[in-house]
Design a protein around this ligand. Structure first.
Ligand code: FAD
Length: 528
């Protein structure tokens, strides 16, 4: 039987950070269990090959039909393999707003999670090319870089925002988030810096770290109220890995609640329906799913400078792939979501309530549908949605996708914010110098007509890939983990990933998940 001090389930953003920190001093033995592969090929490493990422690196989950989206089935990509979703994400480096963390602490009772408490961990994780300062780390494992190349339309987007008297910023993470600009990205030397490249790969070969890819965790093994190990499936064989000191569950916002439920921790009625023996009745497991609902406005434009489907673009792309291969520079370092911004569209918002991502290409159906010609797109997403959804089991088999119901736009307040966000998207697109590209709105409607705009939103909106909240942290007994990320109802278990967020942060969720992983490693070490 395999036995380790710590077993980490899932080598994604948070799981990589937990693993790296638990293993780095060599004192404890650590086993990392990851369902997918190593994710170190050229398509993961080259940022601009984003549309050609390996099929096996993405679970490609789907939601149940969404009432708020005219019954459409939503798409929920999730990373599979080392790095998890950081291996397939858009690399935008954002931490959320200071207000989010202060709110976790002051309103939601999560002591120790105010902005001043989490900032040291963001800094500790960060290796920013600009070096260290009050808000940034310069020598942490996660590579953070300025973009080495940006499309002219992305720069025009920022200038257009400035024309509307909106502030321009070159740092969204310096405590003052509001403004528009080019994003910093999780890259190092022109390549994608996944969480695993940052934290796990540098330790590969260490005697105290066993990295097991291609290993599906089926459930936790719980003996007399204590998690003593993990049941796994590897190479067609079922095995058991024992944890002497503790297990950290980092399988992400969909799979962490799935694994808890498969282990008998979750809403008792639902578990019984699925034929799972109840160990701990925890209604909060898989509940309170929150995600950023997003609408992509899209314009056809005259310029072949944008990334598009044309002969010119194909030739340029081919040259860029060769250039990147030899220099690690040029167009292939694009994260696609090159520019963006944060702004409040509602008068009473305590912090920016909408985030924009500008993409110098026409996007349709998450990029799954090819669009001929050239143009650009502008995502607007609701940063603090009120709608809440669920993750439940579809079956008692860990290999099956869980049942995902984000319940998008079930709260009308989200629709009102999105409406205003889209209106501002269009004002920016119509301002010079972006308007110089003669943009043709691909879904032209009267934007002043609330009903028409709502209909378009319900027909086209979907996620911008930030599900959280399904194993929420809290001071109350009803929460899934306490404020030191220790699971309630069983001993020897911690949860560390996006699922523990008690309320979604106002921004992209990779850096926050990594920060959560950094903190969990410390909590686990202190407790064991
Ligand atoms: C397409 C896309 C674009 C995004 N763009 C950005 C962006 O630009 N910036 C940003 O900050 N955020 C972005 N995000 C979101 C961000 O990447 C995620 O929020 C973050 O990576 C989540 O980290 P996590 O640790 O919670 O889970 P993940 O990183 O998803 O890791 C979970 C891991 O657990 C493994 N696992 C699951 N089940 C099992 C099992 N049963 N057995 C073994 N292993 C298992 C998975 O294979 C995976 O490796 C994006 C996400 C996507 C999908």
């Amino acid at each position: 039987m395999d036995e380790f001090d710590y077993v980490v389930i899932g080598g994604g953003s948070a799981g990589s950070a937990v693993t790296g920190r638990l293993a780095e001093d060599g004192r404890a033995s650590v086993c990392l269990l990851e369902a997918g592969g190593r994710n170190n090929g050229i398509r993961v490493r080259t940022p601009g090959l984003f549309p050609f990422l390996p099929e096996a690196a993405n679970y490609k989950f789907e939601t149940v039909p969404q009432k708020g989206l005219n019954g459409r089935i939503g798409y929920q990509p999730r990373g599979r393999g080392l790095g998890g979703s950081s291996a397939i994400n858009a690399m935008v480096y954002i931490r959320g707003n200071a207000w989010d963390y202060d709110n976790w602490a002051s309103e939601l009772g999560c002591d120790g999670w105010a902005y001043d408490d989490v900032l040291p961990y963001f800094k500790q994780s960060e290796g920013n090319v600009r070096g260290a300062d009050d808000f940034h780390g310069g020598d942490g494992p996660l590579g953070v870089a300025d973009q080495l190349w940006a499309n002219p339309t992305s720069k025009a987007f920022v200038e257009a925002a400035a024309k509307l008297q909106l502030p321009v910023t070159d740092d969204f993470n310096d405590g003052e988030q509001a403004g528009f600009g080019l994003y910093q990205v999780t890259q190092r030397d022109g390549e994608r810096c996944t969480a695993s490249r940052a934290y796990v790969e540098p330790l590969r070969g260490r005697a105290n770290l066993d990295i097991r890819t291609g290993t599906l965790v089926k459930r936790l093994v719980i003996e007399e109220g204590r998690v003593t190990g993990v049941a796994i499936q590897r190479g067609g064989k079922s095995e058991f890995v024992k944890a002497r000191k503790g297990v950290v569950l980092s399988a992400g916002a969909f799979n962490s609640p799935q694994i808890l439920m498969l282990s008998g921790i979750g809403p008792a009625d639902h578990l019984r329906e699925q034929g799972v023996e109840v160990v701990s009745d925890k209604p909060a497991v898989g509940s309170e799913l929150q995600d950023h609902i997003d609408y992509v406005s899209s314009w056809q434009a005259d310029s072949t400078e944008t990334i598009g489907d044309s002969l010119t673009a194909t030739v340029r792309m081919a040259k860029a792939i060769i250039q990147h291969r030899f220099t690690k520079k040029g167009i292939m370092t694009t994260p696609y979501a090159e520019a963006g911004g944060f702004w409040s569209v509602m008068a009473d918002s305590p912090a920016p309530d909408v985030q924009w991502h500008f993409v110098p290409a026409m996007l349709e159906d998450h990029g799954r549908e090819k669009v001929k010609g050239h143009g650009f797109s502008l995502h607007a997403c609701v940063l603090r949605p009120e709608s809440r959804g669920t993750v439940r089991l579809n079956s008692d088999n860990a290999a099956d996708a869980p049942r995902i119901d984000p319940n998008f736009l079930s709260d009308e307040r989200d629709l009102a914010v999105l409406r205003e966000g889209i209106r501002l998207s269009h004002r920016i697109a119509e301002a010079p110098p972006l308007s110089d590209y003669a943009p043709q709105d691909r879904y032209a409607i009267d934007l002043n007509d609330d009903d028409a705009l709502d209909a378009l939103i319900r027909e086209r909106a979907d996620t911008v890939y930030h599900p959280v909240g399904t194993c929420r942290m809290g001071p109350d007994e009803g929460s899934v983990v306490d404020t030191k990320l220790k699971a309630r109802g069983v001993e020897g278990l911690w949860v560390a990933d996006a699922s523990i967020m008690p309320k979604i942060v106002s921004g992209n969720t990779n850096a926050p998940s990594i920060m959560i992983g950094e903190r969990c490693a410390e909590f686990v070490q202190a407790a064991t």
